[in-house]
Structure formats: C-alpha cells, structure tokens
Write a protein that binds this ligand. Structure first.
Ligand code: EPZ
Length: 441
C-alpha cells in the first residue's frame, strides 16, 4: 500500500492574549475598496498613472497582478505607499480565472476593458463565503450600453458594437438595492461611450464617489456622484491626472479600530480618517451609550469603564450601517448589556464568524439573516478559524476581549484588507503576535 503524503502549508496566525483595554492613537490606512476599482479604472487611458496612500494589502497585490497580465505593469514609488502603473497603448483583454477566482473585485476590469478596447473576457467570479454574489447587474449595464454579452463555460465574453459603446439609461437596482462595483463598472464604461448616459439606482458609497472624482480628474464628464442618479457625458479619452492621486482613508479599517475601544472598554483615537463616512456607526455607538468625539479627520471613543448597551441594527447600503462592519459589531455586541439584534440586509448569509464567536463563549442565536446576541458574555480564549476578511477582524476583536489566549488561524484572510493589523494594535497595548502556523488538512 502506497504511503499517503502529508501536505502542510505554512500560513500566519495571530496569538492574542486578551483582557487588556486598548489605549492610544492609530492612523488609518488608505482605502482598499476605493483603491481596487481606481487601479482598474486606469485601463481607460494610456499613460503613467500614480497613486499615493495605497494600502499594502494582498488584494491590492492581486489587482496589480491582474493588471500586469492585461499588459499594465506597476511598481512601488520611492515611498512604499505609492503605486505607479504604466498603461500601454494596447492591452490584453482576457482576465485569467486563476486570478479572478482569488478576488471578486477583479470584475472591476470589465467596464474599463470593454470601453477602451471594445472587448473583455472575464471569468465569472463565482460565489464566496458571503453568499451567491451574482454580477447580473454589471452585465445588464454593459448590455444597455450596447455590448453583446455571452456566458460560455463560466466565462463572460463582452463585445462592444462597431464604433464603440453608446450612452444609455441604465438601471442599477437589484434585489438588495444597488451595487457598488456594478456602479463603478458602468460608470467607467459610460465615461468613454458615445453620447450621454444616465445611471439610475446608482450606489452612493464613498468608494463610488472616489472613483468618479478620479475619473473627473482624468477628463471624464460626470455629475451627480454620491446620489442615486449619475449622469455621464462620454469623452473620447482619459489621461492620468497631473500629480499622484491620493487614496481616501479606509472607512472600514477606521471603524474596526474604533470598535477595538468598545470591545475592550478602552480609549482609541483614529487619525487621518473620515468620520463623516461612518455616521451610521457613530450613531449606533451613541445609542449604545458610547458616544464618539470627532474632528474633521479624527474620531475618538473613550469607553473606559463602560460597557455598551444592547441595540438593534440592520446593515444597508450607504449611508446605512455597512455590512463590512457587521461582523465586528457582532463581536462588540457580545460585551453589551442585554439582547442585541443584527439584521444583515446586504448579504443574508454573511455570518461565518458566528460559530467561531460561539467557541469563545459568545451567546448568539441565528434566525436566517438575523442574529440575536445575548450579552454580556465573559469570553475565554480558544483557537478559532478565520473564514473571510471581516470575520477575521471580528475574531481578532473578540480575542482582544477574551481572557487568556486566542489563536486566530488563517489570517491571510485578514491580510487581504487590513495592513498589518497587529502593528496597529500593538502600540495601543494589545498583545498580538503574528506567528507561522503549520496547517495540516
Ligand atoms: C463591494 O462589493 C465591496 N467590495 C464589499 O466589500 C462590500 O461588502 C459590498 O460592496 C457591499 O457594500 C469592494 O468594494 C471591492 P455589491 P460588491 O455589488 O460591489 C447583490 C469587504 O469586506 N448584487 O454592492 O461586489 C449582491 O449579491 C467586501 O471589503 C446582485 O444581486 O457588492 C449583494 O447582495 C466584501 N447583482 C448586493 O447586491 C449584481 O450584479 C450588494 O453587492 C451585483 C450585486
């Protein structure tokens, strides 16, 4: 009988010793969810594009890899937070499945490629742990602009009509409201279409506004950004803005860091952030009895000696409470007095963190898209498994409050969207160590 080979993979884990209130100041990084579509949008114009405050994240590396495969090579500038991207006159049009399957945001190349080259071949990203996550609205948008779209063997083939895309009226609403990346994709495509377009039911998320403002700086004619109706007058070409484009602060990272104070009854000031983009979170904390002090680019939560009170929340499109903060909020709710309810209004399945939080001693019942948290619970450290980006952040927060040692495994999920989170938490007094973990299947 042949010997079975044992495969092991070395991945990082976090070893957290919890129970200490965090205290101090921490700077927000640049936004992942603005950075990804901004990089993809550069495909719309030949030239040398430059960005500053780009977070050093796995997902940004994946987008750069994808753009490189399409012909647009990139490197860091003198400052490692700068990314310089060269977009040549001619581009490849086929996005490899090997990259698209790693990151759904790869779909953001569809609109730019179709508008600039007239053809785009992008594999369907498929579902993920958040649920089904279709891209039907993106495709409907491209069709409205005149493209022929076919799905063959799991791959989207989109072809612009002879003469290029044509401006149109596009409805971006789906069963769960609008779509962030769908809006960005159609916005990019319509920027180079002939004539005018009107996007109805457009997503109002700050990341959509960030991409729109960047396109404007590159020569696009867009109005209505940040509202549900965006109008675009197509132009014949876009070119890089005169100086490096700075990414805005990451509102989800900022919110997560603020919640570390709520979680540990500590005091945390987040600097270089945009508190106005987190109003729903600030209102929720206020309702929970933890008011946040804000300035134009900072916010501080002083939760020393305090516990949150249970509140009810539903995730929704911006300016509602962000689904990307739901897992972290659920972790905080384990420390709240009373029964908190969390209703997931964007991804009804996004509760992979619940079973792991239960392992740490949380009391949570799930009823479809609703989670009820009975608090407060004295969490106790345990080994837990990260399943996705925000779930990992929730487990780290829970580990910070748990007595004893928590080992969060598979932190590669966390590294997709948080720039070295342990290096931000340690100066605040957290005991978090990154270690190599040998995983056996
Ligand atoms: C963006 O994903 C973010 N990703 C997600 O961040 C975030 O959770 C999500 O917006 C919602 O805010 C990036 O920006 C890279 P959607 P996106 O299309 O654009 C349904 C994170 O943790 N829908 O706005 O792909 C969809 O299933 C992540 O950083 C359709 O039905 O999300 C969902 O229920 C993960 N058809 C809802 O709309 C479509 O064609 C909103 O999804 C498209 C979406």
């Amino acid at each position: 009988m042949g010997k079975r080979r044992r495969h092991t993979a070395c991945v990082d884990c976090f070893r957290i010793t919890g129970g200490r209130p965090l205290e101090g100041e921490v700077r927000a990084s640049g936004s992942k969810n603005a950075g990804l579509p901004l990089l993809a949008a550069c495909l719309l114009g030949e030239g040398d594009w430059a960005f500053s405050r780009v977070p050093r994240l796995k997902d940004i590396d994946t987008m750069r890899l994808l753009l490189g495969r399409l012909g647009a090579g990139s490197c860091h500038g003198e400052d490692p937070d700068q990314v310089l991207l060269h977009v040549p006159a001619s581009l490849e049009t086929e996005a490899p499945y090997d990259i698209v399957r790693r990151m759904r945001a790869s779909i953001a190349v569809l609109g730019p490629l179709l508008a600039r080259v007239g053809r785009a071949v992008v594999p369907l990203p498929g579902g993920c742990v958040l649920g089904t996550r279709p891209i039907d609205i993106h495709l409907r948008g491209m069709e409205a602009l005149g493209a022929k779209v076919e799905l063959q063997h799991g791959v989207v083939h989109a072809q612009a009509p002879v003469g290029g895309l044509r401006g149109a009226r596009v409805n971006l609403l789906g069963p769960f409201g609008s779509t962030v990346l769908g809006t960005v994709n159609v916005l990019c495509a319509a920027s180079l279409a002939h004539g005018s377009s009107r996007l109805e039911g457009a997503a109002c998320e700050p990341e959509v506004v960030a991409v729109g403002e960047f396109l404007q700086a590159a020569g696009a004619k867009i109005s209505g950004l940040g509202t549900a109706v965006v109008e675009i007058e197509g132009v014949s070409g876009l070119s890089p803005p005169a100086s490096p484009w700075q990414l805005p602060a990451d509102r989800i990272e900022s919110g997560t860091l603020l919640l570390a104070a709520a979680m540990t009854s500590g005091r945390v000031r987040v600097t270089d952030c945009l508190p106005q983009e987190l109003q729903a979170l600030l209102d929720l904390l206020d309702q929970a009895g933890l008011p946040v002090t804000t300035g134009p680019d900072w916010m501080e939560l002083d939760a020393r000696g305090k516990r949150p009170q249970a509140v009810a929340v539903q995730t929704a499109a911006y300016p509602g409470f962000a689904t990307d903060l739901q897992a972290q909020w659920l972790a905080v709710a384990t420390q709240a007095e009373g029964i908190s309810t969390v209703c997931e209004g964007v991804y009804p399945e996004r509760f992979m963190h619940v079973p792991e939080l239960l392992r740490l001693g949380a009391k949570i019942e799930r009823d479809g898209a609703i989670a009820r948290v009975h608090g407060p619970s004295a969490l106790s450290g345990a080994p837990v498994l990260a399943s996705d980006l925000r779930a990992s952040a929730a487990l780290v927060l829970a580990g910070l409050a748990a007595q004893g040692e928590t080992v969060v495994r598979r932190v590669y999920h966390l590294d997709r969207g948080y720039q070295r989170l342990e290096q931000k938490l340690t100066p605040l007094g957290a005991e978090v160590r990154r270690e190599v973990d040998e995983e056996r299947p």
